[in-house]
Design a protein around this ligand. Structure first.
Ligand code: IN0
Length: 375
């Protein structure tokens, strides 16, 4: 019953989930014509769909030449990431392997089978890591959009904004995956921040340190929010619909994830993920700059409402949220906070649930009647 109550409070999410499952996603992500693909590309798209179902659909919706280029780029980067994240490979083996990775792509029989004990990996230089792991992806993608003339040259030239697009996603993943990374022996949270809250990063997972752990995370989230103005400027320059969807969807997923993590103890105890219905709603909605601004506005508002007055970063968090909201409001218009949960939809869902119960009870009673008559 508690579950039913939760769903009834999110009628738009259920509606979008149903719409998505019944093919409504095709407007944002038209399906790929498999027959027109070479055998090699068919394999690429098969692997792509195995790595990330929802994001694969967004890539498949890209126009012409860009679609295959991004599909291959995404697969290569995911493969590199898999090697980087594998804690059973020592650094002495891993570093040369990453350097030579490009040549393995041409060796069809290349495999790595020597998984050994678990090694630890601590990230020492966060800005350099971000530049190579994420910044270059954003810069590479943006040049691709411009070279293929799907976007203006400025998109490929403005490396600062392209960098922010990737860094915002990456910082969000690093914050969300604290516990998973700890358990795997990976440490990505920046030392200059966590060292002000604990002696060791692993101490933040101890129940007695939960208060400082949350303060540390809230500071990291506040830091990540500073990339949003760049993200909005980048997105506002895009002209091609499929490129816009491809770029906007990971950004709105990221802000929804940060809102779910902010001031949430669960990040240090388990997994915090956005709901499937929420993800589908975001994918279907984030198709133009005003919708993205409205989504950003609402999620930073959610964070604002959760700021504890005792949090050491509270002033900074409030400041960045106010400046994001100022950017998001077109000419002083107020964005409706009920946009995602209109009351009439809740009533309709409640009515539907009651009717369903009533009809089920009626049909059961009828069946009993029929059986009684037959006997
Ligand atoms: C990405 C980015 C990405 C997409 C669009 C524009 C970008 C501009 C700059 C930088 C990155 C950009 O998006 C993906 C999103 C993704 O993979 N989502 C998955 C998450 C998951 O849990 O698997 C999903 O299922 O929704 C992303 O995170 N990265 C990425 C990698 C390659 C490319 Cl071509 C584009 C990874 C990263 C580390 C942020 C670069």
């Amino acid at each position: 019953m508690e579950q039913v109550g939760k769903w009834l409070g999110r009628p738009r999410e259920i509606y979008n989930l149903l719409r998505f499952k019944m093919g409504g996603g095709a407007a944002v992500m038209p399906p790929l014509d498999q027959d027109a693909l070479s055998d090699n590309l068919k394999i690429c798209y098969k692997y792509l769909n195995q790595t990330s179902r929802s994001f694969a659909a967004v890539i498949q919706a890209l126009d012409g030449e860009l679609r295959h280029a991004v599909c291959i780029l995404y697969l290569v980067l995911r493969a590199l990431d898999t090697v980087e994240d594998d804690m059973t490979i020592s650094l002495e083996t891993k570093v040369p392997m990453l350097h030579d990775f490009h040549s393995y792509l041409y060796q069809l029989d290349w495999r790595y089978m020597e998984s050994k004990e678990k090694y630890k990996q601590v990230l020492e230089d966060f800005p350099t890591y971000c530049h190579y792991v994420v910044g270059l992806v954003g810069i590479g993608l943006s040049r691709l959009f411009s070279v293929l003339e799907l976007e203006d040259p400025i998109i490929g030239q403005d490396t600062e904004l392209a960098n922010s697009m990737g860094v915002f996603i990456e910082k969000t993943i690093i914050i969300r995956d604290y516990l998973e990374d700890q358990l795997a022996g990976r440490e990505f949270w920046p030392r200059e921040v966590w060292s002000r809250y604990a002696k060791k990063l692993s101490d933040l997972a101890k129940p007695e340190n939960i208060d400082v752990a949350i303060q540390c995370m809230n500071e990291l989230i506040t830091n990540a929010l500073h990339h949003i103005p760049d993200v909005l400027t980048y997105l506002s320059r895009l002209k091609t619909q499929s490129v816009f969807n491809f770029c906007a969807i990971p950004q709105v997923m990221a802000i929804a994830t940060l809102a779910a993590c902010y001031n949430n103890k669960q990040v240090f105890r388990g997994v915090v993920k956005i709901r499937k219905g929420q993800a589908v709603t975001l994918m279907m909605d984030a198709t133009n700059i005003q919708a993205v601004k409205s989504i950003m506005y609402q999620y930073v508002e959610e964070i604002y409402r959760k700021i504890p007055s005792t949090d050491p970063s509270s002033n900074k968090t409030q400041q960045i949220i106010v400046s994001i909201q100022t950017i998001c409001l077109p000419n002083g218009t107020v964005v409706s906070r009920n946009h995602y949960s209109p009351i009439y939809l809740s009533c309709a869902m409640l009515l539907a649930a009651l009717s369903w119960q009533y009809l089920s009870a009626m049909s059961e009673a009828l069946e009993e009647d029929v059986q009684a008559n037959e006997n």
